[in-house]
Design a binder for this molecule. Structure first.
Ligand SMILES: CC(C)(COP(=O)(O)OP(=O)(O)OC[C@H]1O[C@@H](n2cnc3c(N)ncnc32)[C@H](O)[C@@H]1OP(=O)(O)O)[C@@H](O)C(=O)NCCC(=O)NCCS
Length: 384
């Protein structure tokens, strides 16, 4: 493994590496490669601290930037930050990132970099000597001074550097160079389009993640919210809807609210929202089939759905099911799904068949469901 300075002829390859490393990690897609690209000509960029890591091919990169600390009297003192730091996805979680960082920090110290601030996960960066910046009375811009900012970290590379500069307390704002993609989204999009196409996904663990949002032509699948209680009641109180799916009609908005807080409080249950109206008009989801009487395979999830009656027979449920199946295929290891419908509810069977489900030939009766005197037809979708 070699760590050395980056060469200008490697810029493009390193920016692509950065893109691979950050793609869908903190947000759908990423912009870090554009930040790096723009920094090349930025006076804050430090070419002597612009390292790549090789293991047969390029597998890592880190850059440093000049930054500023603002003292309480408004005066400014120079300091430093670093990032993006990238390790190719195939080499992550093998210790390469820490080795690259430790090397770069040592080189930075030798160059006289006395104090670094950065945003990151303390559980990782503590191994490279970082602590919460509040330890040094350094505050993060946009946050109240008294607030502990858990992702705002710092390190005195040269012990006593802050005191030697007369800095007892200060505020840090990342340099402008880190905001280029927000400032010029069109330039970013044009630049990103020069790379191979990659799909942007909203995934658990990303910043601001608050559920999976899925979108297709007419609809959005999004988590149910408490404010949806009245809309849910409007459709779920209809005696034509719930009993067809095996549940009794809702009797009050309070009951609908309770369902949102319990049954619908799941990463795999979505409100079907028609873009045109913004209103939830049905539900789509999958759940464990354990404990019901279906002839399911071990661990095989069960699909469930319904749509408010005014919206029936417009292909909305099929669109929602296909959207969810697409998401399942891309983000899970689920091998097959099971579904069932009462024999006297053929529309539901059509929704599954149109999405690739095939009847297993079995019928069953589930006494735990409303309408349990009616037998159900079983269908299965093979995925992998
Ligand atoms: C079942 C349900 C979700 C379908 O939603 P939807 O948005 O109307 O479904 P789609 O428009 O995508 O597809 C419905 C299909 O059923 C067909 N269909 C409707 N009524 C039918 C009937 N009586 N017999 C046979 N097919 C019928 C439609 O023609 C359409 O198929 P097509 O596109 O081949 O013409 C909706 O009727 C519903 O919410 N019912 C109450 C709850 C429920 O039954 N949930 C499922 C429990 S298993």
């Amino acid at each position: 493994m070699i760590i050395r300075l980056e060469k200008p002829e490697e810029y493009r390859a390193v920016e692509n590496l950065t893109r691979e490393a950050f793609w869908n990690v903190y947000r759908p897609g990423c912009t870090e490669h554009f930040v790096l690209h723009q920094y090349r000509n930025n006076p804050d960029f430090i070419p002597e601290l612009d390292f790549v890591m090789e293991e047969g091919c390029l597998i890592g990169h880190v850059m440093f930037s000049k930054a500023e600390l603002v003292l309480n009297d408004g005066s400014k003192k120079p300091s430093w930050t670093f990032g993006p730091i990238s390790i190719h996805p195939d080499y992550k979680r093998k210790g390469y990132g820490l080795r690259l960082l430790q090397y770069a920090l040592e080189e930075a110290r030798k160059l006289g970099v006395g104090f670094l601030c950065m945003e990151g996960n303390i559980d990782f960066y503590k191994h490279a000597g970082f602590v919460l910046a509040s330890t040094f009375h350094i505050h993060y811009h946009d946050f109240p001074k008294e607030e502990e900012v858990p992702f705002f970290l710092a390190q005195e590379l040269i012990p006593g550097w802050l005191a030697a500069q007369g800095i007892e307390e200060a505020t840090y704002c990342p340099p402008k160079g880190y905001f280029v993609a927000d400032e010029d989204p069109e330039a970013f999009e044009a630049y990103d389009a020069t790379f191979p196409q990659k799909e942007k996904l909203r995934l658990p663990g990303q910043l601001g993640y608050d559920g999976v949002f899925l979108e297709s032509g007419r609809i959005v699948l999004r988590p149910w919210l408490e404010k949806d209680a009245a809309a849910l009641y409007k459709y779920a109180s209809d005696p034509e809807v719930g009993p067809r799916a095996g549940w009794p009609p809702h009797k009050s908005i309070g009951e609908s609210l309770e369902i949102i807080r319990t049954v619908f409080h799941s990463d795999t249950t979505w409100a079907i929202v028609l873009k045109e109206t913004g209103e939830p008009l049905g539900a789509m989801g999958y759940m464990s089939s354990e404990g019901n009487l279906l002839p399911s395979r071990e661990g095989e999830p069960l699909v469930g759905y319904w749509v408010g009656k005014p919206y029936w027979n417009r292909g909305i449920c099929t669109e929602a099911l296909q959207l969810m199946l697409d998401h399942i295929r891309k983000t899970t290891e689920i091998k097959s799904l099971i579904g069932s419908h009462f024999i006297d509810n053929p529309a539901s069977g059509r929704v599954m068949e149109k999405s690739g489900f095939v009847p297993t030939g079995e019928t069953c009766v589930d006494e735990s469901l409303a309408g349990s005197d009616s037998p159900m037809r079983v269908l299965r979708l093979e995925i992998k």
